[in-house]
Design a protein around this ligand. Structure first.
Ligand code: SF4
Ligand code: SF4
Length: 326
């Protein structure tokens, strides 16, 4: 179903959704857009996509998997509660990244906590009519328009939004605000999305997954790695990166935690013996790209890069991915 929604009515639609969910939305904090619990602040919808991706709301940088308590030699375990929440303003590239994570985290070995978070989260996605200059989602086939994976989808038409439903939960949310909506059509949206896609493609017409893959074995990773300080920043902001480490904190009682990890970091591949098959930065950097461009597509059927441009935005050494592949 398609509706028009006046821009001034968007906060009211979100407030009504707040009766069912905790609302997570992008707002400016110290001038930077971040996805946070929304309490009616101005929404940062014209700012670039938040640097910390929404996939980290499903696989947080640090989380408690369970707590354990020992009594008379027997352990009891407590698993954290998961709240119903609605993420507002999720971009098409991040939706695609979420689909990819689903194919990994919900396959064997099945991740219970990730699954609970996915099932208790509704999504209002936002098509990108004003892409950032770092975006190359169109070349990666992941944007700037969302086609699936949302409950509601908004497109900015200037004075108003086009609102589309994508699931039974989306229809329920639209019904809760039906007097704010009027029947709509996607004529204007189709034109805007064509223009947005053309803009992204014309910024880097030479870029394609095939080209990136064919360049993988030609790139001089050694000289590139001399500029990389192995900080891991690129992987911590990447929406498709999902490596983690687990530790038990406390004995006899305590918690098992899971923290984001990164194959870019030198200790990631180190074994108990001290041997490290990827001790050199060039090996880690090249395998990061191989994972995204060659291995993830085989495992999931989806490219491991969605062209969100975050790795370029965050890199302290100014290593620009798309330049590397050029
Ligand atoms: S590799 Fe870079 S551009 Fe691609 S999805 Fe990850 S952060 Fe985004
Ligand atoms: S953000 Fe840049 S410097 Fe840091 S690990 Fe990634 S490529 Fe290297």
């Amino acid at each position: 179903m398609m509706f028009f929604l006046e821009k001034r009515d968007l906060p009211e639609l979100l407030r009504r959704a707040g009766a069912f969910f905790e609302i997570i939305a992008p707002v400016l904090i110290n001038g930077e857009p971040q996805l946070v619990s929304w309490r009616g602040e101005d929404l940062a919808l014209s700012a670039p996509n938040p640097l910390l991706p929404p996939t980290r709301l499903f696989l947080p940088p640090r989380e408690t998997l369970f707590t354990y308590l020992q009594e008379s030699g027997l352990y009891t375990f407590e698993v954290p509660e998961v709240r119903n929440r609605l993420i507002f303003g999720l971009r098409p590239c991040d939706l695609r990244a979420l689909s990819l994570l689903d194919r990994i985290m919900l396959a064997e070995p099945f991740d219970e906590l990730y699954s609970k978070r996915r099932r208790s989260t509704a999504i209002i996605a936002l098509n990108c009519t004003e892409p950032d200059e770092s975006c190359f989602c169109a070349q990666m086939g992941a944007g700037p328009e969302a086609h699936e994976g949302f409950d509601l989808l908004l497109t900015d038409l200037g004075e108003r939004y086009l609102l589309e439903t994508g699931s039974p939960a989306g229809i329920m949310l639209a019904r809760a605000s039906e007097e704010l909506l009027e029947r709509g059509d996607d004529v204007e949206k189709r034109k805007l999305m064509r223009e947005s896609r053309d803009r992204i493609m014309s910024a880097r017409p030479w870029l394609s997954p095939e080209r990136m893959r064919s360049r993988l074995r030609e790139i001089d990773w050694r000289s590139l790695s001399e500029e990389c300080i192995s900080c891991g920043g690129c992987s911590f902001v990447c929406p498709t990166c999902h490596c983690f480490t687990i530790a038990d904190l406390g004995l006899p009682d305590g918690e098992r935690i899971r923290c984001a990890d990164s194959c870019i970091l030198s200790g990631f591949h180190r074994m108990a013996s001290g041997a490290n098959p990827k001790a050199r930065a060039e090996e880690r950097l090249s395998s990061w790209y191989m994972e995204k461009l060659e291995h993830m597509p085989v495992r999931t059927g989806l490219l491991g890069c969605v062209g969100c441009g975050r790795c370029d935005r965050v890199c302290f050494s100014g290593l620009h991915r798309t330049d590397i592949f050029r």
